[in-house]
Design a binder for this molecule. Structure first.
Ligand SMILES: [Zn+2]
Length: 327
């Protein structure tokens, strides 16, 4: 899960991008209550590093900034009101607050160290993936424009990319107090096989049109993971290289707010914003979100699918995924 749904995810204020990435340096935490031992965070940082290496050299641009803060909380009241999930305490999910660069983890979940899909280290890796992806794709407005729009940073990475990448990363197993990172998310793969057996038509292209996390079901999480797994681990080396190059270009498109490469993204943003001025800010946000969904889908089809037709690619993707899962 990410810390919000729909438009609220777009707005942030926290960190600066640039400089070089050193995940050991980047990953750290300041906790309140029951601080986990430093060795635990080193293990978690190492597991995330391992996930990045497995994804491929250079598939993420360098980033730096303040370490995320992990807050182990006892009661929902300790979470800022606009970052709360109504049932996050009861269900025990960790929540990543993108703008504040914070992960909230319920204390009872932290105390429960047993391995499994809902173990705290999996959740922390999952939320860490959201924060990291956000930092390397965020659309940063220059100060003058930010003041005008009342927005400093915009989250442009679509939800399938967020949940797909988080699903890719979350799989570390705790073996004798060390995190071991397998290349396949077995839980998601199991979900996917179950969907296939149930005859559900898996349509990765459908995910590209969803603009809100509220529209997701469990199967969508599995398909989002499969999409990212297909991109980064395609069995054919040439296709894999092409996919990884497309991934790099896609992240760059996120940082441009999906404005065309030849355009000055800030000028384009300003023109679009000024065009809407006078209407309610909510209208502008909605319009921007709509454009983002449309453009991010278009970029996906251009980078990962073309020259194939979408329907033809969906068929092929299903076959390829079935093969990949069978291996
Ligand atoms: Zn998530």
């Amino acid at each position: 899960m990410t810390g919000s749904v729909g438009m609220r995810k777009l707005f942030s204020s926290a960190f600066k991008c640039g400089a070089s990435l050193c995940l050991f340096g980047w990953f750290g935490c300041a906790t309140v209550r029951e601080p986990p031992p430093p060795a635990y965070w080193r293990e978690l940082g190492a597991a995330y590093d391992q996930a990045l290496r497995q994804a491929g050299e250079g598939v993420f641009p360098p980033s730096a900034g303040a370490a995320p803060e992990v807050v182990v909380y006892q009661g929902v009241a300790e979470i800022p009101a606009d970052s709360r999930f109504a049932d996050s305490l009861r269900r025990g999910y960790a929540v990543a607050d993108l703008p504040r660069n914070t992960i909230h983890l319920p204390a009872w979940r932290w105390r429960q160290r047993a391995d499994g899909a809902r173990s705290p280290h999996r959740m922390l890796l999952h939320e860490l993936a959201h924060l990291h992806l956000y930092r390397v794709t965020v659309f940063v407005l220059p100060p003058a424009l930010a003041e005008l729009a009342g927005v400093e940073r915009l989250n442009t990475a679509p939800w399938w990319l967020h949940e797909g990448w988080a699903g890719y990363v979350e799989v570390a197993d705790l073996v004798e107090n060390r995190l071991v990172w397998p290349s396949l998310n077995r839980a998601r793969a199991r979900d996917l096989r179950r969907l296939m057996r149930a005859g559900r038509s898996l349509d990765p292209a459908r995910l590209l049109t969803l603009d809100s996390m509220g529209k997701l079901d469990g199967g969508d999480y599995a398909v989002a993971w499969a999409l990212v797994h297909w991109i980064l681990h395609h069995p054919e080396p040439r296709r894999r290289d092409r996919n990884r190059q497309a991934w790099i270009e896609y992240l760059a498109a996120c940082r441009r707010g999906f404005y065309p490469p030849e355009a000055d993204p800030m000028a384009a943003f300003a023109a679009e914003f000024l065009d809407c001025r006078g209407s309610l800010i909510e209208d502008w946000r909605e319009r921007w979100q709509r454009r983002l969904t449309h453009e991010s889908r278009r970029a996906f089809l251009a980078l990962f699918v073309a020259p194939m037709e979408e329907a033809e690619w969906v068929e092929l993707w299903r076959e390829e995924m079935a093969t990949m899962l069978a291996e």
